[in-house]
Unconditional design. Structure first.
Length: 228
């Protein structure tokens, strides 16, 4: 099995509850920022990679996303019934993604600077790493309220707590998903196991990053784009 990522998973199944009324009649990935749906900003990053496969998981108002994504060649993993969260959603999509490590990307962020996916691709070392997370220093974030997620040592290994925010982009080996008994679960469970084995790493983003998970983030992201 190759350890070079050849597929990208877009997490598009969430309810977008933090967006309030904006997601009453449309899924969050179709909310527009600077005249373009969030999911299309994400696909712009993905297109630079030229991956073999791009997969998106769907749950809330899936017909709208299917109509938008299917013509673009995105494969769809439709989560009917129970929403599976990030870990369960990624595991359910493995038949479409394949067995090799995968990129995952959250569409609800805007990146200002180099493409985070190509930076991850260059830094990926499967001999040392089970996951490589793109992390952003807190003082380079826009629209983020709260503490950091991780601290990195001099070799890039990360532990919980600190001043680095997980930006929603990573490369991850997926074999460990098969060992988790829950149907619906967060990828945090797998990250914790990787951290215990000293195989959880960060790539530090050199640009700026905006959280568009709440309505106020739209104007902040548009300002970030306008001032590139």
């Amino acid at each position: 099995m190759t350890q070079t990522p050849e597929a990208v998973m877009l997490f598009a199944a969430g309810f977008g509850t933090r967006m309030g009324a904006l997601t009453k009649d449309r899924p969050k990935p179709l909310i527009e920022v600077a005249g373009q749906p969030l999911i299309d900003h994400a696909l712009g990053l993905v297109d630079e990679l030229r991956p073999k496969r791009v997969v998106a998981n769907l749950h809330y108002l899936p017909e709208q996303l299917e109509a938008h994504l299917a013509p673009k060649g995105v494969l769809l993993s439709n989560e009917t019934g129970q929403i599976l969260e990030t870990g369960g959603g990624l595991r359910a999509a493995l038949p479409l993604l394949g067995p090799q490590p995968v990129f995952t990307l959250n569409p609800d962020a805007i990146w200002s600077g180099p493409n985070p996916l190509t930076l991850l691709q260059k830094a990926w070392d499967p001999d040392r790493m089970d996951a490589l997370l793109m992390c952003v220093p807190v003082d380079q974030t826009v629209g983020h309220a709260g503490k950091g997620d991780f601290t990195a040592d001099k070799n890039g290994r990360i532990t919980r707590g600190g001043t680095l925010i997980y930006g929603g982009a990573q490369i991850m080996k997926t074999e460990g998903l098969l060992d988790i008994p829950e149907t619906s679960f967060s990828l945090n469970l797998l990250w914790d196991k990787m951290q215990q084995n000293n195989r959880l790493f960060a790539c530090i983003y050199p640009g700026r990053w905006c959280d568009v998970g709440h309505p106020e983030g739209i104007a902040l992201a548009e300002d970030l784009i306008a001032n590139v």
